[in-house]
Design a protein around this ligand. Structure first.
Ligand SMILES: NC(=O)c1ccc[n+]([C@@H]2O[C@H](COP(=O)([O-])OP(=O)(O)OC[C@H]3O[C@@H](n4cnc5c(N)ncnc54)[C@H](O)[C@@H]3O)[C@@H](O)[C@H]2O)c1
Length: 269
């Protein structure tokens, strides 16, 4: 039996990057998958590719900033595949130009990121939970970020919205655990999705690499496999947790890379 055989999953932001990886791997492991994305062509293409590979998937439009659209995506999943037992709330936006430090941040951008990044998790869960209760349980997985757990010089709204996602994860887990619903989050560090690759100059990638404990960057499948684990019954006693998938970037003394350079210099003197 495959790892998520018989489960029905809705993956938001599934046309690209982390969502695409999760959708593809969930389907490969036996789930029926609805890929919901603003980029509806991309969602349909991804679903067609999964079908070509022998999986079951459908691609639909989603605007994660719109309550009715989120409800429609959950309703479509239930109508199309009979239930919803896995919800991957993955859509998230960042904006390096407008989401700045607290004094200079564009307040409309604050509202937009809170709405799309955090409220969409609340709404997706709100609409899916009654169906999951009917189904006898389910697994909700949210994409937060390592930005939820550390201060930074910019992207205040992104960090705050992702911190909201990490804590909402615990609230959902606490409120619906007795219904057999688990809720966990995955916190990626830098992951080389198309979005990250297109937005980040090599210099910035090098800064990240310098502080990773591991000698390589993260890839979308590193998160996709974590999502499969959290969606599957392999993780049936795990709830309310955030799994950090970040190459050891944040786990050590933050000055370790510079300190190693100092040691190297001292040894060579
Ligand atoms: N890539 C990273 O380094 C990284 C790090 C930490 C957290 N994350 C989080 O991972 C998640 C996925 O990021 P990614 O790197 O795979 O991005 P991506 O840009 O590759 O994919 C995001 C997908 O979401 C869709 N989307 C955007 N806005 C939408 C909306 N309003 N409604 C519906 N769909 C929408 C896009 O069309 C796209 O297909 C986000 O929540 C992001 O914050 C990513």
């Amino acid at each position: 039996m495959r790892r998520v055989e018989g489960k029905v999953a809705l993956v938001t932001g599934g046309a690209s990057g982390i969502g695409l990886s999760a959708a593809t791997l969930l389907a490969r492991e036996g789930a029926k998958v609805v890929i919901a994305d603003f980029n509806v062509e991309g969602a349909k293409e991804a679903a067609a590719k999964i079908k070509q590979q022998g999986g079951e998937a459908a691609g639909i439009f989603l605007d994660a900033g719109n309550e009715e659209s989120i409800k429609a995506a959950v309703d479509f999943t239930v109508e199309h595949y009979g239930t919803i037992t896995v919800l991957f709330n993955n859509v998230g936006l960042t904006n390096l130009h407008k989401d700045l430090d607290v004094v200079n941040i564009d307040l409309d951008e604050w509202d937009r990121l809170m709405n799309v990044n955090a409220k969409s998790v609340l709404l997706g869960s709100r609409f899916a939970i009654p169906h999951m209760i009917k189904a006898g349980g389910g697994s909700i997985i949210n994409t937060t970020s390592m930005a939820a757990f550390a201060g930074d010089s910019t992207r205040s709204a992104y960090g705050a919205s992702k911190a909201a996602v990490a804590n909402l994860t615990r609230y959902i887990a606490a409120q619906y655990g007795k219904d057999g619903i688990r809720c966990n989050a995955v916190a990626p560090g830098l992951i080389l999705t198309p979005a990250a690759k297109n937005n980040m100059p090599q210099e910035v990638l090098d800064i990240f690499a310098k502080f990773n404990a591991l000698p390589y960057h993260g890839e979308a499948d590193d998160i996709g496999y974590t999502v499969v684990f959290l969606a599957s019954d392999e993780s049936k006693f795990i709830t309310g947790q955030t799994i950090q998938v970040e190459g050891g970037h944040y786990m050590a003394n933050p000055s370790i890379a510079d300190f190693n350079q100092f040691l190297e210099k001292a040894r060579n003197q």
